[in-house]
Ligand binder design. Structure first.
Ligand code: SF4
Length: 694
């Protein structure tokens, strides 16, 4: 019995926070949701959960939710509540008018990793089949786009190689730029269980995260590198493995492109990659690097787990390829207990990428220039598909400032708060003539919007999310949408208002279309998900039950590719004015920009972002614990309280980005990954000084 009564029915669904994808029983008393109980048969979580999925669902009924559509002619005017028809007609007329005046490529969309696969598929379809261009991008642009590029280049597909169960057979974990205890708590528990059984862990992180030392766990090595030197550290590990003859030659000969390996071996053997040569650059003692490399290469099954501390750098894609090189060098891809495992941040970031959210790829990571692939969609959608890749988010904003990009439909994403260089984002949004925000709350981006379309929560819709292990989980409607329509219905109504003949009556029909057009989803249907509970793609004729382990007999691309990974220093430099390096991350109770968790009791655990600073750096500046400080970079400044912490390395400071008051992205730069434009959130030169508060 809960304070809301005794549950009399339950609905099995999936958590809408992180990429672990925990299954829950939503228990109801009548129509009242009384609690979320972790589902013991959930294959990703096996009955476990964290404080977000279990308790932080109250935002669904929060008073801040906007339930009526709103429009305004210009952003200086107050919002007017209107009917759905009026809002959609207003939005469609504006977008159509912009295309007539400025050309069909003058508008675009941003899809959401918070929404279902089916909803994301429809938004990219809206761009391609209705707007007639490929201007679709997604929030993965600012998180795991380098994973897409790096793993695509080396292994042939953009996804983690293993399922979560695989960790039970791991002997050595190499954890790079990820803090699972806070960001992926249920998987962190599985890692800890394995560590308590005797597995070893090497942590590469500038911060002493929980897995460096927590209850009964002591990392074998903590390589506390200087932010921005991931490539040099990964190369130093590879250098030791190659020059000391610790690589798995038999595996490399059988599974990888031998000529490319030889080029790579020659490159990486050069003395400039040795631990001794890179020690001063990375700040990691050479002896530690050597010992860590030997442990990873000889300690049995080696699995690599990584997060945004790898991808959100100017060399994010290079580091991902370096990680793939390490795994292939040591024969650690293609069986249980090993592999390369990006820890995806958002509940459906894997799915958003799978569903064709990127401006150069149709669903299933197939290039828009590929005539055969476009033919498939042209036949089913009945319209020609543009073969020219579209704009990425930063390019959309640049083009808006330049006056050539005029209209944006942004679903479930607060780009003003989450994207780098806030001033530039604001300038881009302000220059557009039609910004449509489709969200739960009037977020920061909505300050620049002309149309607000109310969104629905995960509790109010049917669909699927795909988690970090490629597992397609069902999301089931627990309650009717408070705003009247699930997000997929709103996108469909917008498409219809623009003249499209879309008539889906249930998301299962959208999944059927995905299956009919996307080889890796060919075997997926709601009926099969009902029967199996969940399935890991690829799921098709070749693997009808899905594929927990990828690249078992060969890589998806055939031979694995070693790619030369030259270290290039970021353009962001410390100096006398900005002598410290800022890096950012998450805390357990909050989630991303906090739009949901801040509207739940979880905020009691973390009601403000803090700046963690090493005691030496604090003392040097006369800063005491809890004091207000000014954090300034070349891009901007903000004010927050100091938290003096031995977790930090001297010279490095850290904050979270959960609260809009802090505006951490006012500080971050506009440097980005060379291959994907993923922003370099993890390296910003800053100064910290006294402040009287905001
Ligand atoms: Fe599971 Fe992640 Fe949700 Fe926590 S936030 S319950 S770990 S899916």
């Amino acid at each position: 019995v809960t304070e809301l009564g005794t549950p009399d029915r339950s609905v099995i669904t999936t958590c809408a926070y992180c990429g672990v994808g925990c299954s829950f029983k939503a228990e109801l008393n009548g129509d009242e949701l009384v609690r979320m109980v972790p589902y013991k048969h959930g294959k990703a979580n096996r009955g476990h959960s964290c404080v977000k999925g279990r308790f932080a669902y109250g935002y669904a009924s929060h008073k801040d939710r906007i339930l009526s559509p709103m429009i305004r002619d210009s952003v200086d005017e107050p919002w007017q509540e209107v009917s759905w028809d009026e809002a959609l007609t207003f939005a469609a007329d504006r977008m159509r008018g912009l295309q007539e005046k400025y050309g069909k490529r003058s508008v675009g969309v941003i899809t959401s990793s918070r929404c279902t696969n089916e909803e994301t598929y429809l938004v990219q379809k809206l761009t391609r089949a209705v707007f007639g261009n490929n201007n679709t991008d997604t929030c993965a642009r600012v998180c795991h786009s380098p994973t897409g590029y790096g793993l695509g280049q080396t292994f042939g597909t953009s996804a983690g190689t293993q399922d979560f169960d695989s960790v039970a057979e791991t002997d050595v974990m190499l954890l790079i730029g990820a803090n699972p205890t806070d960001a992926h708590p249920v998987f962190a528990s599985r890692m800890k269980k394995r560590l308590r059984e005797g597995a070893k862990i090497i942590v590469i992180d500038p911060r002493r995260i929980d897995l460096v030392r927590s209850a009964h766990i002591e990392a074998s090595h903590h390589l506390a590198l200087r932010p921005g030197t991931n490539v040099a550290v990964v190369s130093a590990l590879a250098h030791v493995i190659v020059t000391e003859g610790l690589m798995d030659q038999e595996y490399i000969r059988a599974r990888c492109d031998w000529d490319e390996f030889q080029d790579y071996a020659e490159f990486i053997s050069d003395a400039r990659h040795s631990p001794e040569a890179t020690e001063a650059l990375t700040g990691v003692p050479a002896a530690e690097l050597r010992a860590a490399a030997r442990l990873f290469a000889t300690g049995g099954n080696g699995a690599i787990y990584y997060g945004l501390g790898v991808t959100e750098h100017s060399q994010g894609s290079t580091t991902v390829m370096g990680i793939a090189n390490l795994a292939m060098l040591t024969g650690n891809v293609g069986r249980n207990g090993v592999g390369v495992n990006p820890l995806r941040g958002q509940n459906n970031v894997q799915g958003a990428c799978d569903m064709g959210s990127f401006p150069h790829e149709l669903p299933g990571y197939r290039h828009v220039k590929n005539d055969d692939v476009r033919d498939i969609y042209e036949e089913i959608w009945g319209v020609p598909i543009d073969s020219e890749p579209g704009l990425r988010i930063p390019n959309m904003l640049d083009a808006a400032v330049a006056g050539t990009f005029k209209g944006l439909y942004c679903q479930g994403e607060d780009i003003l708060q989450s994207d780098p260089d806030t001033k530039h984002v604001a300038a881009g949004l302000a220059a557009m003539e039609c910004v449509i925000v489709h969200d739960l709350f009037l977020n920061e981006t909505a300050n620049y919007a002309h149309v607000f379309l109310p969104g629905s929560t995960f509790l109010e819709k049917d669909g699927t999310f795909t988690n970090a292990e490629r597992r397609i989980n069902r999301v089931r409607e627990v309650m009717k949408p408070l705003n009247g329509y699930a997000d997929w219905e709103v996108t469909q109504m917008l498409a219809q208002a623009m003249g499209a003949d879309w008539n889906y009556t249930h998301p299962s029909q959208i999944m059927d279309e995905i299956a009919a057009t996307t080889p890796s989803f060919a075997g997926v249907s709601y009926d099969m998900l009902e029967e199996k509970g969940s399935v890991q793609w690829p799921c098709n004729e070749d693997s009808p039950d899905g594929m927990p382990l990828m690249h078992v007999d060969g890589f998806m691309r055939g031979k694995g590719r070693f790619i030369v990974t030259e270290y290039v220093a970021t353009d962001e430099k410390t100096g006398p004015r900005f002598p410290l390096l800022l890096t950012t991350g998450r805390i357990l109770s909050q989630y991303n920009v906090g739009a949901q968790t801040r509207r739940t009791a979880n905020s009691e655990w973390h009601d403000q972002d803090l700046l963690e600073i090493h005691p030496n750096d604090a003392e040097l500046r006369g800063i005491t614990d809890g004091q207000w400080i000014k954090l300034a970079s070349r891009a901007g400044e903000t004010t927050l309280r100091a938290l003096i912490s031995e977790r930090m390395s001297p010279g490095v400071v850290y904050t979270t980005f959960h609260h809009p008051d802090t505006q951490a992205n006012v500080i971050t730069t506009d440097f980005s990954d060379w291959a994907t434009n993923c922003p370099e959130y993890k390296v910003t030169a800053v100064q910290v000084s006294h402040s009287n508060g905001p």
